[in-house]
Ligand binder design. Structure first.
Ligand code: FUB
Length: 457
């Protein structure tokens, strides 16, 4: 009955095609998205651009996850430069892969040993960490080219690690995933394999195809191997090449995401993955407020492969990916799961994990496609902490000014991490499918409270 009600409500709802979902993380700047599917959940590993940066002075990596493509959970930062004793700067584009129950997190870093860039690998027991430097030294060190690792495990069990800017390198990883056999191989780049021109000055007024620059993303679909990469120098487009073998020869196939000033970012960096029967193209833009070339944000677009396996043009947009499943509201949920937010950010502590912070009067978070079915909640509760006088959480339906389901008064709790769980009665019925807004109110100006989790009963 609940499911039938949900279907009927969804069919009668107005289309939400103009709903902005990109950039899909608004609580901080995120870069270089690397998607991974594990146990029906889609994880995205990212870099983190600093506020007000004038270069890629990046300190840590972050992880986000979803099960419906609209509502994303912030898992915080499970890995940072300080976790690699041999590194001192530039936590650049990562990728994580699972093998035999372990998660291998490949990252570029500036190496104190060589004074150049290097590739490191950390290992963890869960997709969200904690992760630990697996080697205590770089996996590959000694060149400014050594950035942007991409990893893929082939059907026969052989794992490959590609990386590089502006050259493209690879190794065959050993089954332990933290060592490799033989020497580092450099891929020869020709106009036929990765576009043109390469390493020669471009002539004004001449139209060029593309050229490999950085950010490779390596995977297989059917029998075909795909290499997706940032191309064309600065500013970058996203292009791709394919091969019948994991180590080439590669054949240039064209541009997937053309460069456009609309993205407000001179770099782009992509990852492609299939999830719950659909294909998704991840990339980054500079389109959050205050964003730009060193303040980037991750975004995603759905796409369909052409029947010959080629990839169509994918345009950046604010619409992003539509919800592919309902969000079930009953029980406990983390406050840092959201489809959209305004004004807030997140912090993490050992005791609580990630929580919503920097909450001011008028800020809000929002969840999309929430399925109350015929459940009709009687109570709303939340775990909150305030080192000031607190404020309120207004739970509203369908918009920031929509009908109020409940209002929870948040008291002073005696500290920003002194958590209290508080409950209140629901004021109206909530049935069927709605977007849910948590609108924060209180004294104008200062931070009001922190918000860790909520429940509908
Ligand atoms: O995020 C730092 C660097 O910018 C990445 O390593 C490159 O791919 C480019 O996105």
């Amino acid at each position: 009955m609940k499911n039938i009600l949900a279907i009927i409500t969804l069919l009668t709802l107005p289309a939400t095609a103009t709903q902005a979902r990109n950039p899909f993380v608004q609580t901080c700047y995120t870069t270089d998205p690397a998607p991974m599917v594990h146990n029906d959940t889609l994880y995205v590993y990212t870099g983190h651009d600093e506020n007000k940066a004038d270069f890629f002075w990046m300190q840590e990596w972050r992880v986000y996850s979803t099960t419906d493509m609209a509502n994303w959970t912030d898992h915080g930062s499970p890995l940072a430069i300080e976790d690699f004793e041999w590194a001192d700067d530039r936590a650049w584009a990562p990728q994580c892969v699972e093998r035999n129950g372990k998660f291998y997190f490949y990252v570029p870093l500036h190496s104190r040993l060589s004074g150049t860039m290097a590739i490191g690998v950390a290992v963890g027991d869960s997709p969200t960490g904690p992760f630990k430097d697996a080697l205590g030294k770089p996996l590959a060190d000694g060149s400014w080219d050594y950035i942007d690792p991409t990893v893929f495990i082939d059907n026969d069990g052989q794992a490959y690690l590609y990386w590089g800017n502006p050259e493209l390198y690879y190794v065959k990883l050993n089954p332990d995933m933290i060592s490799f056999e033989g020497d580092i191989q450099k891929i020869e780049q020709t106009p036929e394999s990765f576009g043109e021109p390469k390493f020669v000055p471009m002539e004004a007024d001449k139209k060029y195809r593309s050229t490999y620059t950085e950010g490779p993303w390596f995977y297989k679909r059917g029998k075909k191997y795909y290499m997706i990469y940032a191309a064309g120098g600065i500013p970058e487009n996203i292009s791709y090449s394919t091969s019948d073998k994991p180590t080439g020869p590669w054949r240039y196939q064209g541009v997937i995401m053309p460069q456009t000033d609309w993205t407000n970012s001179f770099t782009n960096h992509s990852g492609i993955i299939d999830y719950k029967g659909k294909s998704y193209f991840f990339y980054h833009t500079g389109r959050l407020p205050g964003g730009g070339g060193f303040a980037r944000s991750i975004a995603v677009e759905p796409f369909e492969y052409n029947s010959d396996g080629s990839i169509p043009t994918v345009r950046p947009s604010e619409v992003g990916a539509e919800a592919i499943a309902y969000f079930e509201p009953f029980g406990r949920h983390e406050a840092e799961t959201m489809a959209w937010s305004d004004g807030v950010s997140t912090r993490q502590s050992d005791e609580t994990g990630v929580y919503v912070s920097d909450i001011h009067n008028g800020d809000y978070t929002m969840l999309e496609n929430v399925n109350f079915g015929s459940g009709n909640p009687r109570k709303f509760g939340a775990s909150v902490a305030s080192g000031r006088r607190g404020g309120s959480i207004e739970v509203r339906m369908d918009s920031v000014a929509g009908p109020v389901i409940a209002v929870l008064d948040v008291p002073a709790t005696g500290g920003w991490e002194k958590w209290q769980y508080i409950e209140t009665d629901a004021r109206i019925e909530a049935l069927g499918i709605h977007d849910i807004y948590f609108v924060f109110t209180g004294r104008k100006g200062p931070e009001l409270f922190n918000f860790d989790y909520w429940t509908f009963k």
